[in-house]
Write a protein that binds this ligand. Structure first.
Ligand code: XMP
Length: 319
């Protein structure tokens, strides 16, 4: 795409102008936005960029390995992999309130990021994959009074706290443009097309208290669900799909036995920018087959429901 080719050249020139020969750190989440930002900046300034990937223990099945593998092996971008899952899961123990969860994760993230960033001598810039919709959403909400629905996890106060200047090369782009730019930069299609994943990760898909046990069950169920969606060729039609594990156990029967296990909810929505969304109209066959697979393949779940709420009035995530 020639327009993205031109955008890429222009963006690289701007990054070089802004940064000169100084150092940049970039928080990598494994999502499309921060990944595209990192690859673009790496192309502009090479090893002046170091990425920090904070693993908070709330990622999907095999996600940390995939992200770290891709950046180290394919791009050779200097990368610090900070496995801090014990810290995050420890601090989250016993917390059930959604806002308190988000704030705890946000606070720890800043501490951890700062700790690792301090190891990078003389960094002066912080790179972020902020998009145009992030810029507008934080300014106003449908023109009405500014209401905080959810405390968004981003590294908001970080630049000032660390005395860093921001590099935000995607600030003028919408999601589909970021994907086009990512393709232009040679990121694999499988990666570019990935559904968005929230900063607080699986924490907000596990309403109520988080335990390692629930997270393990959730990861397995989510992997089966996404596998089903891919096998039916529906992945690219859907903006976002995931499983939420519910804080309730229900009675079931498996062979000759009574079971008492968790219920889960499947979520899938279509959307243009995440601001509004419609639930995805799966066929009954698809839903039935998926429920059967999850219950047979994932120990700990014996009931599957489908969330048919659109946004508004629902939000995409459960917390
Ligand atoms: P909601 O649940 O508010 O989500 O309808 C809208 C979109 O934003 C994602 N989301 C987040 N992304 N940090 C993020 O980076 C967050 O704290 C966060 N909370 C929600 C959500 O996955 C959906 O794509």
């Amino acid at each position: 795409d020639w327009t993205m080719g031109a955008y890429r050249e222009e963006a690289i020139r701007k990054i070089r102008d802004q940064v000169g020969d100084r150092k940049v750190i970039c928080g990598l989440s494994g999502g499309v936005d921060s990944s595209v930002a990192a690859v673009l900046i790496h192309e502009a300034i090479g090893d002046q960029l170091t990425c920090v990937f904070v693993d908070h223990g709330l990622l999907r099945l095999n996600e940390a390995e995939e992200v770290v593998g891709m950046f180290r092996d394919n791009y050779n971008i200097p990368l610090i992999h900070a496995d801090e899952s014990d810290l995050f899961l420890g601090e989250l123990e016993g917390i059930a309130d959604p806002e308190q969860k988000r704030k705890t994760i946000g606070r720890l993230f800043i501490d951890v990021f700062q700790k690792h960033a301090n190891d990078i001598d003389g960094a002066e810039f912080l790179a972020q994959g902020t998009l145009y919709p992030d810029v507008i959403e934080s300014v106003s909400f449908s023109g009405g009074p500014s209401v905080t629905i959810k405390s968004h996890h981003n590294v908001g106060g970080l630049p000032e706290k660390m005395g860093l200047k921001l590099v935000e090369p995607l600030r003028e782009l919408f999601k589909d443009e970021v994907r086009a730019l990512g393709r232009e930069l040679g990121l694999p299609d499988s990666f570019i097309g990935r559904h968005p994943f929230p900063g607080p990760g699986l924490a907000i898909r596990c309403p109520g208290e988080i335990t390692r046990d629930k997270l393990d069950i959730l990861r397995k169920a989510d992997a089966v669900y996404i596998d089903q969606i891919r096998k039916h060729g529906l992945y690219d039609e859907i903006w976002q799909a995931f499983v939420a594990i519910l804080p309730v156990r229900t009675v079931g029967v498996m062979g000759d036995y009574r079971t008492y296990d968790y219920a889960c909810a499947l979520r899938a929505v279509t959307s243009v920018d995440g601001m509004t969304a419609d639930y995805y109209p799966f066929s009954h066959e698809f839903l039935g087959e998926t429920a059967t697979r999850i219950i047979n393949e994932v120990q700990g779940i014996n009931r599957v429901t489908y969330d048919v709420t659109s946004k508004p009035p629902g939000t995409i995530e459960w917390e």
